[in-house]
Design a protein around this ligand. Structure first.
Ligand code: SF4
Ligand code: SF4
Length: 334
């Protein structure tokens, strides 16, 4: 386990690298800014955006050192010793461990236990910390914004800065009650983080460019669209919505359709939800009458904006929280 004294020594001669994985709108970039603002030394951060859309995967990079000469590089970070993942749905889409040296720390907002997480990522040589940041965010902030909360977990395992320094950075950036709630949330995250230290020390000298392909060709988002520009419903081209791109699984809710009235549900087939859904995630099929009838909700593309719930005149759509209670597989011995 890293100690504050060890990190202090490392920072004198090395640049420590961090990478944040988030979805557009979750505040991953702000998290990287806050790292630099909370750090007592020299720091630099850069964002990387993909498709400019709320819910799309984003990355941001941080370099920290107490040696001014070592924080000169404006490239993206290729060999991060610490990686923070703000949204658990990214684990299936992005190689979050890319470039991480063995013994690196993977810090993830998830209810999965740490051993399961190692299996999902396919790396047994990484230290893991998990935090149910979504539930803390909903409880304390009232919104699924997990950026400051993941920093509480980062402090717990990295000692790169203190809760007090991060609180000061938050107060400088946010106003009044919002700052106060974020500080409560980071303290809770610090306490609640499940830490799985595999006993392998990370190599802090790694700061080199390593070849890696973040998203392989053929995965959603990298398939060529034969009709570009606008996604629209045309069964001959795209069966429903943006079926080549997971447009945003950011959202804390599963959105549930009750079924057709004729089948015991509440839906009257008014199609208002279909018109308002920004991701065309309302599924329909042609019936024997030649008309389209609602058949469900495409959970892969639904980003839980809840527009459909707000327009449905008969309450045929409801929501339930995606994440269950957190699991902690490995008891900590400190
Ligand atoms: S919550 Fe409803 S409107 Fe929003 S993306 Fe999901 S199905 Fe579409
Ligand atoms: S808005 Fe409600 S009633 Fe209308 S089609 Fe959608 S689920 Fe059915």
């Amino acid at each position: 386990m890293l100690t504050p004294e060890h990190i202090k020594e490392v920072l004198k001669d090395n640049c420590i690298n961090l990478r944040f994985h988030a979805r557009g709108g979750q505040g991953g970039i702000t998290a990287s800014n806050l790292c630099v603002e909370a750090f007592d030394g020299y720091g630099a951060c850069q964002p990387l955006f993909g498709a400019e859309r709320m819910g799309s995967p984003t990355e941001s990079y941080v370099r920290l050192s107490t040696n001014e000469d070592l924080v000169r590089n404006n490239e993206q970070v290729y060999g991060p010793q610490f990686v923070c993942v703000l949204d658990p749905s990214l684990l299936g889409e992005i190689a979050v461990d890319a470039g991480m040296p063995k013994g690196g720390w993977l810090i993830v907002n998830t209810t999965m236990d740490q051993v399961s997480l190692q299996e999902v990522v396919g790396r047994k040589d990484l230290n893991v910390a998990t935090i149910d940041a979504t539930n803390i965010a909903m409880d304390v902030l009232g919104r699924n914004i997990t950026n400051t909360i993941i920093l509480g977990a980062l402090i717990r395992v990295s000692h790169l800065f203190s809760i007090e320094n991060l609180s000061n950075a938050i107060m400088a950036r946010f106003k009044g009650a919002i700052a106060g709630k974020n500080i409560v949330a980071i303290k809770q995250a610090y306490d609640d983080t499940c830490v799985y230290d595999i006993g392998v020390d990370v190599d802090f000298t790694v700061d080199s460019k390593v070849p890696w392909q973040q998203v392989s060709l053929g995965l959603p988002g990298y398939t060529e669209l034969d009709m570009a520009g606008v996604w629209y419903k045309d069964e001959t081209v795209i069966s429903v919505g943006s079926d080549q791109v997971n447009t945003g699984s950011w959202g804390e809710w599963d959105v549930i359709w009750s079924g057709q009235k004729a089948d015991g549900g509440k839906c009257t087939d008014c199609a208002q939800c279909w018109y308002i859904c920004p991701d065309l995630a309302i599924l329909t099929e042609e019936g024997e009458d030649g008309l389209q009838h609602m058949t469900g909700i495409d959970q892969f593309h639904c980003k839980s904006c809840l527009n459909c719930i707000s327009v449905c005149p008969v309450d045929a759509i409801s929501k339930k929280l995606k994440q269950g209670p957190a699991a902690c597989a490995v008891p900590e011995d400190n």
